[in-house]
Design a binder for this molecule. Structure first.
Ligand SMILES: [Zn+2]
Ligand SMILES: [Zn+2]
Length: 302
């Protein structure tokens, strides 16, 4: 092929230049996630009802992404200001109106979906909620906070925010993003759910954190705590011995752990769906002194 004769712009001096961020394609991302949840449900008898419910929720997210109006690109001035002050260009507070618009649309799409009883009750409660109660739920998910005694309503609100935030992120220019600080999404300032060791052209073996909110993937070097940035005292644990494709990356400096998914060994691994389906690792880690550092609204309450 003639293209093979041209220099690869992703290769600088023979070394792969890894892009800082990969922005999401919202409709495709949520559809792929739904398929992965369905597949995982077929392989996890204990979790199957919950995984099937999340598959349906992700399909509704994909439909919602196709229904919502495309966001306006951010003003160039605003992007420049964010870059120079090392802030994410997307402002969480500015997502409030979009979330308020997306949430009822998402809830309306879920009426016919089979779901666990607590989720069904939360869906009905959200649809009948007073504005002040809805505001409380929306404020919490905008701050990546999920109260332990109110997980189910927050799950729906977080799912609506994921769609809105992913659409906002998709309208950004990845080349204009700059690293903010460890464990912080360069697009929206959100927290990672998991990290992925990838294998793709120009980025073999590079590790990316998956934003739990806007779904942007951002590069972080390997063997480094994505909570505190320490490169000392990092170790790995897994449920299976040998070649596990999902491991816990543990940090002795801050006593947190975050899942790392080896997509280079299994290309189907999905940062949110496989996080939920690998609940066994969470249960194993719960009996240790380490605290979970990854944020995933679909795992809140477990
Ligand atoms: Zn983000
Ligand atoms: Zn740490």
């Amino acid at each position: 092929m003639s293209t093979a004769l041209k220099p690869d712009p992703s290769m600088i001096g023979g070394v792969a230049k890894v892009p800082l961020a990969r922005l999401p394609d919202p409709a495709a991302l949520f559809s792929t996630r739904a398929e992965r949840f369905d597949f995982l449900a077929g392989h996890s008898p204990n979790l199957a009802p919950y995984l099937r419910f999340l598959a349906g929720l992700c399909r509704a997210q994909a439909d919602l992404a196709a229904e919502l109006p495309q966001p306006q690109p951010l003003a160039a001035q605003r992007v420049e200001l964010a870059r120079s002050s090392r802030m994410p260009p997307l402002d969480r507070k500015a997502m409030r109106d979009g979330l308020a618009q997306a949430l009822p649309l998402l809830l309306g799409r879920l009426a016919a979906l089979d779901m666990p009883e607590p989720a069904r009750l939360a869906l009905a409660a959200l649809q009948a909620a007073e504005p002040a109660d809805l505001d409380w739920v929306m404020d919490n998910v905008l701050a990546d906070t999920i109260p332990e005694d109110s997980v189910a309503p927050h799950l729906f609100a977080a799912a609506a925010l994921q769609v809105h935030a992913a659409m906002q992120a998709a309208a950004l220019d990845a080349a204009k993003l700059v690293p903010i600080r460890i464990g912080t999404c360069p697009a929206c300032g959100g927290r990672p759910a998991t990290s992925l060791v990838t294998e793709s052209i120009g980025a073999e073996g590079a590790r990316y954190c998956a934003c739990a909110t806007c779904q942007t993937l951002w590069n972080e070097v390997r063997v480094k705590c994505v909570c505190c940035g320490s490169t000392k005292g990092i170790s790995y644990r897994s449920v299976e011995t040998g070649d596990a494709t999902v491991k816990a990356e543990l940090c002795r400096e801050c006593d947190h752990w975050v899942k790392i998914l080896y997509q280079n060994r299994n290309a189907s691994l999905e940062p949110i769906a496989d996080d939920v389906a690998s609940l066994g690792l969470d249960l194993m880690m719960r009996d240790t002194e380490w605290k979970r550092g990854g944020f995933n609204p679909f795992l809140a309450g477990y």
